[in-house]
Write a protein that binds this ligand. Structure first.
Ligand code: NAD
Ligand code: ZN
Length: 344
């Protein structure tokens, strides 16, 4: 089978011919139809500082996908051949304190698909049945593949009520753009989206942002304070991983407001805890992964009902062999979500 493979601890990847993986009694063999590229995959290609610390080659990469079950181990009961599935990328242990207390998204022993376990940028993939998600027949393949990052956005937006709130979204990458659509669908009264990339801000307007701001050209703090009649916003959602953006968010959040953080920072971040958090009584949520599987149910309903239509975000498609073209667009920020067609 064809697969995108990271062979060595250095920059680059290669398309290889690999053996079809074997299944154990609780495993499922899946023929991948579509995979999609996440920023993590580009980090692994570029051999960033994060990748050097977290990733051990050799490995087939990728963790977002939709495909069909082609073979099941003898103990598998949840799926059968022909089922159209995606999967939770956190392969959880099921036995640690967190798994046993309903917080499997922070499982102490989880293995990450495409990082610790051979991934989805391949014609075939093996996964244990407990991480599989059976797709709703109303969700087309192009949307089924993005449920994993869409779920990140769902949990960030819905860590508290959002209806009728005023909201600042920092970062209009694919996940910030998914969040924009979710915030709009959930009835926020004002949505302000900030990103230095005008191409992505234009997609954000299609997803329902009322005001878009380019922080390189305009004063984000002034625009938010003017738009909220100097009240500040009820909610700040951070998807940029920029400490500058985070500090802007903290300045404009109204006292008693809520901050949810998904973006990942390259280094330690300086914030004025006394002034911006404690005396303002801000509630801060760290978000990682998705709740397994309650978030998948929400994601599936947002997409199958048409409540959120993320098609403006799905800007590019390539055959698997052209994965490098997709990664180049992502580095340049000239795309929304990039999809790879694995089945031709
Ligand atoms: P992305 O890199 O495509 O998007 C980040 C966006 O932030 C870009 O469009 C960039 O132009 C913008 N940005 C940069 N500086 C900014 C600033 N000063 N103000 C406003 N915007 C700014 O990433 P993505 O795939 O959309 O993911 C969003 C973030 O979430 C990333 O930081 C990613 O690492 C992180 N992430 C976290 C988890 C988790 O489980 N916590 C999971 C997936 C992704
Ligand atoms: Zn666990």
């Amino acid at each position: 089978m064809k697969a995108v493979f990271k062979r060595k601890p250095a920059k680059g990847m290669e398309l290889i011919e690999a053996p079809v993986p074997k299944i154990g009694p609780r495993d499922v063999l899946i023929k991948v139809s579509i995979a999609s590229i996440c920023g993590t995959d580009v980090h692994i290609y570029d051999w960033s500082r994060w990748a050097q610390q977290r990733f051990t080659p050799p490995r087939i990469i990728g963790h977002e996908f939709v495909g069909r079950v082609v073979k099941t181990g003898e103990e598998v009961t949840y799926v059968k051949s022909g089922d159209r599935v995606s999967a939770e990328s956190h392969i959880t242990c099921g036995h640690c304190y967190q798994c046993q207390n309903g917080s499997a998204e922070v499982c102490r022993n989880f293995k990450l698909l495409g990082v610790d376990h051979d991934g989805t940028f391949a014609e075939f993939l093996v996964l244990p049945e407990h991480v599989l998600w059976k797709n709703d027949s109303d969700i087309p393949d192009e949307l089924a593949t993005i449920q994993e990052p869409f779920g990140n956005a769902v949990d960030t937006v819905l860590s508290e009520d959002i209806s009728a709130k005023t909201v600042l979204i920092l970062g209009a990458g694919p996940i910030g753009l998914f969040a924009t659509g979710i915030v709009r669908a959930c009835g926020a009264s004002l949505i302000i989206l900030s990103d230095p990339n005008d191409y992505r801000l234009a997609i954000g307007r299609k997803m329902g942002a009322h005001i878009t701001v380019n922080p390189k050209k305009h004063d984000v703090v002034k625009i938010v304070m003017d738009a909220t009649k100097n009240n500040g916003v009820d909610v700040v959602l951070e998807f940029s991983g920029s400490s500058q953006a985070l500090n802007q968010g903290l300045k404009v959040i109204t006292p008693g407001g809520r901050l949810s953080l998904l973006g990942i920072y390259e280094r330690m971040v300086n914030i004025d805890l006394n002034k911006e958090v404690i005396f303002k009584k801000i509630r801060i949520y760290g978000i990682t992964g998705r709740k397994i599987f309650s978030t998948w149910h929400k994601t599936s309903r947002f997409l199958s009902s048409g409540l959120v239509d993320p098609t403006p975000i799905l800007t590019h498609q390539f055959p698997l062999k052209d994965y490098e073209k997709g990664m180049k667009l992502m580095r340049e920020g000239k795309c929304g979500k990039v999809i790879l067609r694995v089945d031709g």
